[in-house]
Design a protein around this ligand. Structure first.
Ligand code: SAM
Length: 217
């Protein structure tokens, strides 16, 4: 069973996402085990402090190295070979082919979610991979971590319903976007389903789908 741990100040953000739909199913099937590590538990002093001002000045606060090291070590104690993945706009841009590779790899992961203005750079000594979900800045690493976890876990064999569901999806060949799809009724508000899809002619349907698949930019 794959093990995925997340270091976050906001573990409650993951409850809805990881306990619904495919992520719930993956746990139910024992394909994956999720473990939340609350960074606050490793905070310093009575107030469990996790952040401080940056050396050299500047706005905002940084997550301190000491609680982050302790939280990562806790994750490593639970799963010594797990890879440490830092969520950061500086990281490699996430894409479907990476989701497939990471899903196939059988590796376990510890996702580290930054907050505030970021983190003390010294945690890089413990980080194996840095990942970005795109060229924009979010408030924290939680949404990126959820996005990446979902994209990996749904590709674990057996998690998706149809065996071929993922194979024919957008980006599965690295560039093609899925063709338009329709379901009942045949006519809705005067809008008709393309006739070829009702024809039962599998060759023509495949041709129409190929013609109507887009190339991603
Ligand atoms: N000061 C940082 C900068 O300019 O790059 C942004 C910090 S951001 C407000 C707080 C945290 O959210 C980051 O440390 C990172 O963990 C996460 N984050 C924000 N945008 C992200 C993205 N596009 N991809 C991955 N993580 C992101």
């Amino acid at each position: 069973m794959r093990k995925i741990q997340v270091i976050t100040l906001f573990p409650e953000m993951f409850e809805g996402v990881l306990n619904s739909s495919m992520m719930w199913k993956a746990q139910d099937q024992k394909a994956v085990e999720f473990r939340m590590i609350n960074l606050r538990d490793f905070g310093l002093g009575l107030r469990k402090r996790v952040d401080d001002t940056p050396y050299g000045g500047g706005d905002g606060m940084l997550l301190m190295a000491e609680p982050l090291f302790a939280a990562i070590n806790d994750g490593k104690k639970f799963d010594p070979t797990a890879k440490v993945v830092l969520m950061t706009p500086r990281g490699m841009r996430w894409k479907q082919s990476l989701a497939q590779t990471w899903s196939d790899s059988n590796d376990d992961y510890i996702f580290v979610c930054g907050r505030y203005e970021g983190y003390d750079e010294r945690i890089m000594t413990l980080v194996d991979e840095q990942v970005s979900v795109g060229d924009y800045v979010l408030t924290g690493g939680e949404l990126p971590a959820m996005t990446i976890i979902d994209s990996i876990v749904r590709l674990i064999p057996g998690v998706l319903g149809g065996e071929n569901s993922a194979a024919i999806e957008s980006f599965s060949d690295g560039e093609t976007l899925e063709y338009p799809q329709y379901t009942r009724p045949e006519v809705f508000n005067g809008l008709e389903v393309p006739k070829v899809l009702l024809s039962g002619n599998h060759g023509e349907i495949a041709k129409w789908r190929a013609e109507n698949s887009l190339k991603a930019e």
